[in-house]
Design a protein around this ligand. Structure first.
Ligand code: NAP
Ligand code: ZN
Length: 347
C-alpha cells in the first residue's frame, strides 16, 4: 500500500492538521493519480464541522481534485500515464446494482463519496487535500488539454453542480435565470449559464461583487439586503438556482418566479427552512433540489467548459493556510474559489 500525505480533520471543533495514511492497493481497473490541486468547497466545511451530522473522523476533505495520471491498471483503457484528470464528489456507485444508471448514478443508493464514505476494500475514503488517490477508471474524468489544471479543479464540484440544473431546467436563449449567492458555486453558474445563452441575474447580499458578476457574464446584479429588490423583480425569473450555504427566506425568493417557474436549491444549510404553501400555489411554482451530476454529465460539462474556455476564478493557497481559508469562506471573503496547491505539502 502506498503512503499518502495530506491534511485531515480529527474532530468537529479542531483545525485541520497534517495527516499520513495508506491509499488502497490499485486493482487492474484503477487509475493512480498524483494530485496537483484541490478546490475548497463549502461542503468540505459543512462535513468536517459535522453540520450534516454524518462525519466519521479522521476526514481528509477535498472533492474538487485535479492531477496527473501516475499509473494505470492492466484493464484501464481510457487513461494513460501523464494524462490530466479530475475526480469529483464520488468514486463508486451502485455497488449492489446489476447495471449502472449512467444518468442518475449519483442519486442511487450505494454512492461512495470521495471522502467520508467506505471504499471498495472496506476502508474509509479520503479526499483530495493529499498528494495521491486511487480511483476506478469509470469515476475518473478527462480534463480538456486547453484548461489549466489549477482553475479546472473547482469544475469537478462547483461546475457540475450548476451545469446540471441549468441544463435540466433548460437554461438557454430567452430564459431569465437568477443565481442566488456569488460564491464558488454561484460564480460558476454565472459563467456556465451565460455560455448556455441564458439571461443571468445575480442576487447577492450586497453589490460589492457586482463588477465581477457582470464581467463573468451576468446581465444584472441586485443586492438582496435591499428590500426593494424583491418588489422590483417580482415575477421575473423562469429559474432561480440558490447556492446559499445559510438559511434564507425561500418564500421571498419564490415571489421572484414567473408562472410555472422553478426554484432549485443546491446550497445545503444546516437547518430546515419553512416554506409557505401560498409561496407555491399561485403561479404553479416548483421548489426542487439538485445534487452534483453523473460521471457522464460531469464529462459533458468539462468538454463544454473546454469548448467555451470556462474555468473557475481562483485564489491559490498553500495547504498550511487551509484553516484560514475556511474562515474566509465563512465570511464570503473569497473570489471565488480557494484552490490548494498540493506541492506545498512538501514545504
Ligand atoms: P460559498 O463559496 O461559501 O458560497 C456561498 C455564497 O452564499 C456566499 O458567497 C454568499 O454569496 C452567499 N451567502 C453566504 N451566507 C449567506 C447568508 N447568510 N445569507 C445570504 N447569502 C449568503 O459556498 P459554495 O462552495 O459555493 O457552496 C454553497 C453551498 O452549496 C454549500 O451549502 C455547499 O455545501 C452546497 N453544495 C451543494 C452541492 C450540491 O450538489 N447540491 C454541491 C456543492 C456544494 P454573496 O456574498 O454573493 O451573498
Ligand atoms: Zn463540493
Amino acid at each position: 500500500m502506498a503512503i499518502a500525505r495530506g491534511y485531515a480533520a480529527t474532530d468537529a471543533s479542531k483545525p485541520l492538521t497534517p495527516f499520513t495514511f495508506e491509499r488502497r492497493e490499485p486493482n487492474d481497473d484503477d487509475v493512480v493519480i498524483d494530485i496537483k490541486f484541490a478546490g475548497i468547497c463549502h461542503s468540505d466545511i459543512h462535513t468536517v464541522r459535522n453540520e450534516w451530522k454524518n462525519a466519521v473522523y479522521p476526514i481528509v476533505p477535498g472533492h474538487e481534485i485535479a492531477g496527473v495520471v501516475k499509473a494505470v491498471g492492466s484493464k484501464v483503457t481510457k487513461f494513460k500515464v501523464g494524462d490530466h484528470v479530475g475526480v469529483g464528489c464520488f468514486v463508486d456507485s451502485c455497488v449492489g446494482c446489476a447495471s449502472r444508471d449512467l444518468d442518475n448514478e449519483h442519486y442511487m443508493p450505494g454512492l461512495v463519496q470521495t471522502y467520508n464514505s467506505v471504499d471498495v476494500d472496506g476502508t474509509a475514503t479520503q479526499g483530495g487535500y493529499s498528494d495521491s488517490i486511487v480511483v476506478k477508471e469509470g469515476y475518473v474524468l478527462a480534463i480538456p488539454g486547453n484548461l489549466p489544471l489549477d482553475a479546472s479543479a473547482p469544475l469537478l464540484c462547483a461546475g457540475i453542480t450548476l451545469y446540471s440544473p441549468l441544463k435540466h431546467w433548460n437554461a438557454g436563449p430567452g430564459k431569465k435565470v437568477a443565481i442566488v449567492g456569488m460564491g464558488g458555486l454561484g460564480h460558476m453558474g454565472v459563467k456556465i449559464g451565460a455560455a448556455m445563452g441564458a439571461d443571468i441575474t445575480v442576487l447577492s447580499q450586497t453589490l460589492s461583487k457586482k463588477e465581477d458578476g457582470l464581467k463573468l457574464g451576468a446581465k444584472d446584479y441586485y443586492a438582496t439586503s435591499d428590500a426593494s429588490t424583491f418588489e422590483k423583480l417580482a415575477g421575473t425569473f423562469d429559474l432561480i438556482i440558490c447556492t446559499v450555504s445559510a438559511e434564507i427566506d425561500w418564500n421571498a425568493y419564490l415571489g421572484l418566479l414567473k408562472v410555472n417557474g422553478s426554484m432549485v436549491v443546491v446550497g445545503a444549510p444546516e437547518n430546515a427552512i419553512p416554506v409557505h404553501a401560498f409561496a407555491l400555489i399561485p403561479g404553479r411554482k416548483s421548489l426542487s433540489g439538485s445534487m452534483i451530476g453523473s460521471i457522464k454529465e460531469t464529462q459533458e460539462m468539462l468538454d463544454f467548459c473546454g469548448k467555451h474556455d470556462i474555468v473557475s476564478e481562483i485564489e491559490t493557497i498553500n495547504i498550511q493556510d487551509v484553516n484560514e481559508a475556511y474562515e474566509r469562506v465563512l465570511k464570503s471573503d473569497v473570489r471565488y474559489r480557494f484552490v490548494i496547491d498540493i506541492a506545498s505539502l512538501a514545504a
